[in-house]
Design a protein around this ligand. Structure first.
Ligand SMILES: Cc1cc2nc3c(=O)[nH]c(=O)nc-3n(C[C@H](O)[C@H](O)[C@H](O)COP(=O)(O)O)c2cc1C
Length: 197
């Protein structure tokens, strides 16, 4: 968590894990823009690499009595982030299961966390963003009003369904991302002021 005057850490979480996903390329570009636009230490957290096991805690994570080593390790990672940018696709009107698992596995570590949502899909992934807002409300995180909804058109993809240029796709939404990051920064500063007072 934020200590007085410490450089904040912003985690960019990659929400999709399937082979052939475009999520990593999008998240890499988002992370680079976050790095440019903030004074923060930016940490990319790719859920494919984190490889969190499916939630298997005997007690609800809200009790905070984590039994599994993997849960404790994930709790430490999340606790070490001062703010989070979620980069997620929309899957069938919602968001991907590995991301839900990452959210559900711990609880207190999300409380009060400033969060910016970046979703993508054929129509910007707004339904995934809606679901994420609902879940983060229950996790008592602090989600920005501004969100980034990246539309991926057929022409953006090649025959293998990969993006020709992930950076160009993300950069079309640079203005929203910068506005979202400003709001995130405001929440970070408010958290810093609370710790200092
Ligand atoms: C299981 C699945 C469900 C999808 N559902 C939606 C959807 O509801 N809306 C949408 O716009 N695109 C949908 N798509 C298309 C995705 O936006 C597109 O495949 C995107 O590249 C997925 O992100 P990823 O490549 O990082 O996995 C779906 C794709 C998958 C694999």
């Amino acid at each position: 968590m934020i200590e007085d005057q410490a450089v904040p850490t912003i985690g960019v979480i990659v929400g999709t894990t399937r082979s052939g996903r475009v999520g990593r390329g999008i998240a890499d570009r988002v992370a680079a823009l976050v790095d440019d636009a903030s004074q923060a230490d930016v940490r990319l957290l790719d859920l494919k690499e984190v490889a969190l096991p499916w939630l298997d805690e005997p007690r609800p994570p809200a009790d905070g009595d984590y039994q599994r080593e993997a849960t404790r390790a994930w709790a430490e990672v999340v606790a070490g982030l001062d703010a989070v940018v979620i980069v997620s696709s929309q899957y069938n009107g919602g968001y991907p299961a590995p991301l839900k698992n990452a959210l559900d596995t711990v609880y207190a570590e999300w409380n009060g966390k400033p969060v910016l949502l970046v979703t993508y899909g054929m129509h910007g992934g707004g339904l995934a963003a809606e679901q994420l807002r609902t879940v983060f409300r229950v996790l008592r995180a602090d989600v920005t009003e501004e969100a980034v909804a990246i539309t991926i058109a057929r022409e953006d993809r090649d025959e293998g369904w990969q993006l020709h240029a992930p950076s160009e796709v993300v950069d079309r939404h640079r203005a929203e991302l910068v506005r979202g990051l400003e709001e995130l920064q405001g929440k970070l500063e408010a958290a810093r002021a609370r710790v200092a007072s």
